[in-house]
Design a protein around this ligand. Structure first.
Ligand SMILES: [Zn+2]
Length: 177
């Protein structure tokens, strides 16, 4: 596959608004959100939102394999407003170029602006009733092997890029190799 899609929910994908991105744009989308999210995250769950996005690492997973639906994200039904506010701030900071000086490339402004703006529209459309907490439960219990858990204890960050590490390491370092 040559592209990735962000869907509103996992169900009835036909006729839903969606965000289609080339593999290159997907990389920039994930990189910029992980940068801004890592600057903003304070609570454990906010850090997990960033790590969840960082796992959509095409260098580890393969190009065109990181499509996702918003209901797969680590939403908390009891803190949905706060979660959504965090995501909107993350997108806003990414639109303002937060942390871009740590990128090894210069994003094409028009393209990343399009992707982040469309993502913000999807986040605004996503409702509390759309949350499926089974995704989070599954994600937290997933273990690749005995030593590599989905989320490392203490939420370590990359020394060079100051972003949270996923089970694949630093998404920015991986992209530079
Ligand atoms: Zn790094």
């Amino acid at each position: 596959m040559l592209a990735n899609t962000v869907y509103l929910t996992s169900h009835n994908r036909i006729d839903q608004p969606e965000l289609d991105m080339s593999n290159v744009l997907t990389r920039i989308f994930i990189d910029t959100l992980v940068l801004s999210g890592s600057l903003l995250a304070e609570t454990d769950r906010e850090k997990e939102f960033v790590i969840w996005l960082a796992q959509h690492d095409q260098y580890a997973m393969g190009n065109g394999t990181v499509s996702f639906s918003l209901d797969e994200m680590p939403w908390e039904p009891n803190h949905f407003k706060e979660n959504k506010f965090f995501m909107l701030r993350m997108i806003e900071q990414a639109l303002q170029g937060a942390g871009w000086e740590r990128l090894s490339y210069t994003p094409i402004d028009k393209d990343i602006r399009y992707a982040l703006t469309a993502f913000r529209e999807l986040i605004l459309l996503f409702g509390k009733d759309d949350i499926d907490t089974n995704h989070y439960k599954y994600w937290r219990t997933m273990e690749e092997d005995d030593s590599s858990h989905t989320i490392s204890k203490g939420y370590p960050k990359c020394d060079k890029h100051e972003v949270y590490l996923s089970c694949f390491g630093c998404v920015l370092c991986n992209g530079e190799t």
